[in-house]
Design a protein around this ligand. Sequence first.
Ligand code: NAD
Ligand code: UDP
Length: 421
Amino acid sequence: MASPARVDLDGNPIKAMTICMIGAGGFIGSHLCEKLMAETLHKVFAVDVYSDKIKHLLEPSTLPWADRIQFHRINIKHDSRLEGLIKMADLTINLAAICTPADYNTRPLDTIYSNFIDALPVVKYCSENNKRLIHFSTCEVYGKTIGSFLPTDHPLRQDPDFYVLKEDVSPCIFGSIEKQRWSYACAKQLIERLIYAEGAENGLEFTIVRPFNWIGPRMDFIPGIDGPSEGVPRVLACFSNVSTITAITPTSILVMHFFTNNLNVPTPDPLRLQNLLRGEPLKLVDGGQSQRTFIYIKDAIEAVFLMIENPARANGQIFNVGNPNNEVTVKQLAEMMTEVYSKVSGEPTLEVPTVDVSSKEFYGEGYDDSDKRIPDMTIINKQLGWNPKTSLWDLLESTLTYQHRTYAEAIKQATAKPVAS
Ligand code: NAD
Ligand code: UDP
């Protein structure tokens, strides 16, 4: 239960505040809202076009935090109510974005509008009304590492100066304009620069967050189940969909739920599932050799909490938020997910059918990739004393175990229902 006597990192009592959270209905927003409701007395104006992932926080009206969260179905592209909400709030957190790589080269205009143009009024309203802003950017603003331009066997590739990504030192290295993959990173970089300039010239109090592959329940969608059949989500949901499902069994349906909203999502219709089970092998783009560091959503949310409640330490800062210890290649991630799922479900390990696909085939013309993403943790450590805790194995295990238990209970309830005559 929320304790009114909570203190910040400097020992000062934390006052209850009102937060205007834009994109609250998404993956990160849903986890942030959950924790804000369960552990604090802060109020949230939850702004989004969708509310499915936070439905469990909005209904029923008897929930203990019911008077502290309000959902506003607003498309920030064109809604005059936004400024009013920002004015009424103490802090605005902007999470709204198109942020799935499959869109960057195929819908570059939507991507640029969403990540730059649509964020402009938010920055302007915060600046004009002297309101604090926490803006979600991305680790992708770093682009490629310096080391990626060296020959593969060059010894300097092993030197951290050539690959560790530092907020105040590393350059932002994108591909050429026809590599439209970088439309997202470039739009995010420009909005970062604009926010930074508003801080420098007009005194805007801001914090910029650069997430490094945050993962956990409710991430993205499973194509054809709770998202478009032809959609391509981020890698975890892609792998959940094709690598671990081999038949229509209770456990395969469970995996469909892996990154969905568990109990709040109705059991999928098996006929729709059959359409998904194309028997396609797991696709490793360009051999799955790109490297990523993955962080558990719950660790990352702790960092955001510290930013929210320690403005004096967070204002004017750009923070990497990731887990440098959880680095794998995409191929290793595929192998680990299969192994963890087998342990959690008690089913024998399946022979993972993987196939290499070219990025052109998978994402289309104009795709390009970040080679390696290791966040430097110096700034966030110094300012907020924060460190990630959860290993990749543990975060996959706890997420899958939770989902497995949740789904098993849902199955039991469904099968216990009397059949209608
Ligand atoms: P998400 O897609 O799950 O959430 C984004 C939410 O914004 C969605 O619910 C969407 O409906 C909403 N939204 C988009 N456009 C909107 C509009 N015009 N009006 C109202 N709502 C709108 O994504 P997420 O993973 O939660 O990411 C949140 C932020 O963090 C994004 O800015 C993203 O670029 C950034 N980010 C996330 C990661 C990660 O690892 N998850 C990595 C890098 C950057
Ligand atoms: N990827 C893959 N197979 C898939 C989906 C993604 O090999 O089915 C790769 C993708 O090319 C990238 C990595 O996995 O190298 C991470 O992709 P994600 O969509 O999570 O986003 P990113 O980390 O690139 O922002």
